[in-house]
Ligand binder design. Structure first.
Ligand SMILES: [Zn+2]
Length: 317
C-alpha cells in the first residue's frame, strides 16, 4: 500500500523541521496522525484479504481524486463488486466514542478529557454523494454503501452509535455478507466501473509547502534521530556526535530534497542543501551519481529519480 504524497511530505518534514520552528509540534502531531491512519488502513487491508468474496471484486486503497467543484476526495478504500460498492473510512481512535446525530457531533472521551472530531460519518457520506453522482454521469446503476471502521480494538463505541454503519474492523466480513444477502441481484459492469475509477484517480500533491530556511539541511544522521548534520569528506558522511559513517546518506538526502522541493536540482541548490562549498567537488559528485542532466551552463540542472532512496553507493563506485 502506498502512502499519499502529503503523507511522504509530512514524514520528511517531521525529520527536518527545525526544533524551534513555530509549527514543529503541529507537524510532528500531523505525522503521528498520518502514521496511525496508515496503520489503520493496513489493518482493513488485512481483514479484506482474509475474506472470501462471493463474486469478483476490486479494491482501491487510498483513492485520491478531484471533484468538479475543485475539491479533493481522499478515500481510505473503495470496494467494487458487480452488486454493490462500499466506501470505507478507517479510524484508529482510542477512548470511548460518542455521537449526537441531530447535531452531527462526533466526540470521544479519553483519559477523562472530551474531544470533538471531524465527523467520520459525514466525511464518508460526502464521498458517497460524490461517487453516486459520478455513476449517474457514467450511466451505471449500482448501490453505493459506506462504513466507518474502527481499527483500534480497545476503542469503545457508545450506544449512541448503534444505528449507524460504524463498527470494529472484525465486523467487516459480516457487513459484506449482509450486503451480498440483501442487495438485489443487479449485475453492473464491474470492469467498466474499475476503468472509470482508474480514470478519475489522481495522485494529489502535498497539501502544504515550506521554505528551505525552516528545515535542517544536509545529510542527517539516522542513528541520531535526524538531529545531527553529517560532515562530508572524500565520499563519506560522518556524524560528529555518534561517529556513524555512511556512504549512502546522499541518496536519502536527495530523496528528502525531492519530496520537499521537487525533482530538479541545480549545482548551486545541491551545494546549498548539502553544505558543500566547492563547486568542483559538487560537480564531481553530481556526475558520479549518474543523475540525468538537462540544460546548459547556468541553466544546468539534474533530475532526482523517484526511486533514488533505493540507489546504493555502488553507483558511485
Ligand atoms: Zn549520529
Amino acid at each position: 500500500m502506498q502512502k499519499s504524497k502529503h503523507h511522504l511530505y509530512i514524514e520528511v518534514l517531521a525529520k527536518r523541521i527545525l526544533p524551534d520552528d513555530m509549527e514543529a509540534s503541529v507537524i510532528q502531531q500531523e505525522f503521528q496522525r498520518l502514521e496511525a491512519g496508515f496503520a489503520g488502513e493496513n489493518r482493513l487491508k488485512q481483514a479484506l484479504s482474509d475474506y472470501y468474496f462471493k463474486t469478483d471484486h476490486h479494491i482501491f486503497y487510498n483513492f485520491e481524486c478531484m471533484n468538479d467543484n475543485g475539491f479533493s476526495h481522499q478515500i481510505d478504500a473503495i470496494l467494487v463488486t458487480p452488486l454493490f460498492i462500499v466506501i470505507f473510512e478507517v479510524k484508529l481512535l482510542s477512548g470511548v466514542l460518542f455521537y449526537k446525530p441531530a447535531q452531527h457531533e462526533f466526540y470521544r472521551i479519553h483519559n477523562e478529557k472530551r474531544e470533538n472530531f471531524r465527523n467520520p460519518l459525514d466525511q464518508v457520506y460526502r464521498h458517497q454523494l460524490f461517487l453516486e453522482q459520478c455513476l449517474r454521469k457514467w450511466q451505471i446503476t449500482i448501490p453505493v454503501y459506506f462504513a466507518v471502521v474502527i481499527a483500534n480494538q480497545h476503542a469503545i463505541l457508545d450506544e449512541s452509535l448503534e444505528k449507524f454503519p460504524i463498527f470494529h474492523i472484525s465486523g467487516v466480513p459480516n457487513f459484506i455478507e449482509n450486503l451480498y444477502r440483501n442487495t438485489a441481484n443487479s449485475n453492473a459492469n464491474m470492469s467498466l466501473i474499475v476503468a472509470k475509477l482508474n480514470q478519475l484517480y489522481q495522485v494529489l500533491p502535498p497539501r502544504r509547502s515550506i521554505s528551505l530556511n525552516r528545515v535542517r539541511k544536509g545529510a542527517l544522521c539516522r542513528q541520531c534521530d535526524y538531529e545531527i548534520v553529517m560532515n562530508y569528506h572524500y565520499g563519506t558522511f560522518t556524524c560528529k556526535v555518534c561517529g556513524a559513517k555512511s556512504r549512502n546518506a546522499i541518496f536519502e538526502t536527495l530523496y528528502h530534497y525531492r519530496v520537499l522541493m521537487g525533482d530538479k536540482i541545480s549545482n548551486r541548490q545541491f551545494r546549498d542543501f548539502f553544505g558543500i562549498h566547492s563547486l568542483q567537488s559538487a560537480s564531481k559528485i553530481l556526475v558520479r551519481l549518474g543523475l540525468k542532466r538537462h540544460g546548459t551552463k547556468k541553466g544546468t540542472y539534474y533530475i532526482i529519480p523517484e526511486d533514488i532512496s533505493e540507489w546504493k553507493r555502488k553507483r558511485l563506485r
